[in-house]
Ligand binder design. Structure first.
Ligand SMILES: *Cc1c(COP(=O)(O)O)cnc(C)c1O
Length: 438
């Protein structure tokens, strides 16, 4: 990491050239939409290399990174423990499509931290894990409807690309062409933190699952009201629905043992991803043995994967969870608190409406006052200011998610020096973003 004075990034010729080629080969030049920077405008970040807290783009510009591959890199970029584990695993072979010891070890490591995941099934993406959970919950309960929340993302399976109709929560309408209306009608959406709406629906419609991000990271950073998750547990129990935590993002971020530890509520089923793969493609779904034994081959619910439990991915996940001890988790949490408090102070000095929060090593901010409880609240933040702030931060070597509606992350590689430097740069960036408006 370079020291002050703050660099002002202007070089982007190589990145622009790569993106020109990429746009001829991929829709929007990308393999996942948010990377195209539609949320902020300008040329996308073309990554070349990462190490520790830093990432470098194709033009050699250096950034302190808070995207961290959208969450997985809890130890930072290319940590030595993960590289060593990969090197060892690689020499034994890159894929077998057969049971291996490493996958048992990773399942053990997960169960040590989340004892309610007695059994899991590994998949290669969070989308697959969430999609499989919908199928499993429907099979267990012999019910078809699923309740989800506005602003929660559970991957792009048809069942989840659904939004409620206007006004009160109603039967879902497709959020994307290609999702059949007949299927979308089986997904009901409520506003996050609206326990009364859930109560009304759960008593009216036989629900297979009530599914949520225990802390929302996919419409900015939104936390549940104190009674919300316990209330959902109670409603699920009263009505025979399964409570499903999508912890693909929150798992091993918001607490050492995830949402169950943080909120003291045990879900019936859980999806994991991101951190458990340590930067390689791994996700999982799991829960009590009696539920998981519905999955093939012990049960009739079919789900499979050629690369599921891939040995390189298992090795990366194991090394990551192994290094993420409770002490390390607590230390990343303290660094996150320092950054978030620093940002609040900066915003106060600049007199900008601002709210920021964190849970463990997951954090976020909005340019608006007051607590953000719903996606609608989030949408009332000053998005144009966010865009200017994002670009001003980028020019000063700080990489933030290119959208006002994404959570941010912290890693074990971010120390007090990186946090201090980040705050210094973001202070200048906010000043610049405000000056542009005036
Ligand atoms: C990222 C994410 C997913 C999807 O995972 P992919 O690996 O991108 O398919 C699902 N749910 C949540 C909460 C996520 O953050």
């Amino acid at each position: 990491m370079t020291a002050s004075p703050t660099p002002l990034t202007t070089r982007n010729a190589r990145s622009a050239e790569i993106m020109t080629r990429a746009r001829t080969r991929f829709p929007g030049g990308v393999n996942s939409p948010v990377r195209a920077f539609r949320g902020v405008g300008g040329e996308p970040f073309v990554a070349a290399r990462g190490k520790g807290a830093c990432i470098w783009d194709a033009d050699g510009n250096e950034y302190i990174d808070y995207v961290l591959s959208w969450g997985p890199l809890v130890l930072g970029h290319a940590p030595d423990v993960v590289l060593q584990a990969l090197q060892q695993a690689m020499h034994d072979g890159t894929s077998f499509g057969m049971p291996t010891e490493r996958e048992v070890e990773l399942a053990d490591a997960i169960a040590d931290r989340m004892p309610h995941l007695e059994m899991v099934r590994f998949t290669s993406s969070g989308t697959e894990a969430a999609m499989s959970l919908a199928r499993l919950a429907r099979a267990i309960t012999k019910r078809d409807h699923i309740l989800k929340f506005e602003g929660c993302y559970h991957g792009h399976a048809d069942a989840f690309l659904v939004r409620a109709g206007s006004g009160v929560a109603t039967l879902g309408l497709p959020d994307s062409p290609g999702v059949p209306e007949a299927l979308a009608r089986l997904t009901i959406t409520c506003e996050y933190n609206d326990l009364e709406a859930v109560a009304r629906i759960a008593h009216e419609v036989p629900l297979a699952a009530i599914m949520l991000e225990p802390i929302v990271g996919n419409s900015g950073f939104i936390q549940p009201d104190p009674g919300f998750i316990p209330g959902l547990r109670r409603l699920a129990d009263e009505t025979g629905a399964l409570l499903v935590f999508d912890e693909v993002m929150t798992g091993f971020r918001i607490a050492y043992g995830g949402a169950a530890e943080r909120f003291g509520v045990t879900p019936d089923l859980t999806a994991l991803g991101k951190v458990i793969g340590g930067g390689l493609p791994v996700a999982a779904y799991g829960g009590k043995r009696e539920f998981m034994e519905h999955v093939a081959p012990t049960g009739p619910v079919y789900q499979a994967g050629t690369l599921s439990g891939n040995p390189l991915a298992m090795a990366a996940g194991l090394a990551t969870l192994g290094a993420l001890t409770r002490a390390v988790h607590d230390s990343i949490t303290a660094q996150t608190e320092m950054l978030v408090q620093g940002l609040r102070d900066i915003a106060t000095r600049h007199g900008v409406p601002f709210t920021a929060a964190h849970a463990g090593s997951m954090w976020g901010f909005f340019f608006r006052d007051g607590v953000v409880r719903t996606y609608d609240d989030a949408k009332q933040s000053d998005v144009p200011l966010f865009r200017r702030f994002f670009h001003a931060a980028r020019r000063r070597g700080v990489s933030l998610a290119p959208s006002a509606f994404e959570a941010a992350f912290m890693s074990a590689a971010h120390g007090p020096r990186e946090i201090g430097e980040t705050l210094h740069r973001l202070d200048e960036a906010l000043g610049a973003a405000l000056a542009e408006r005036d």
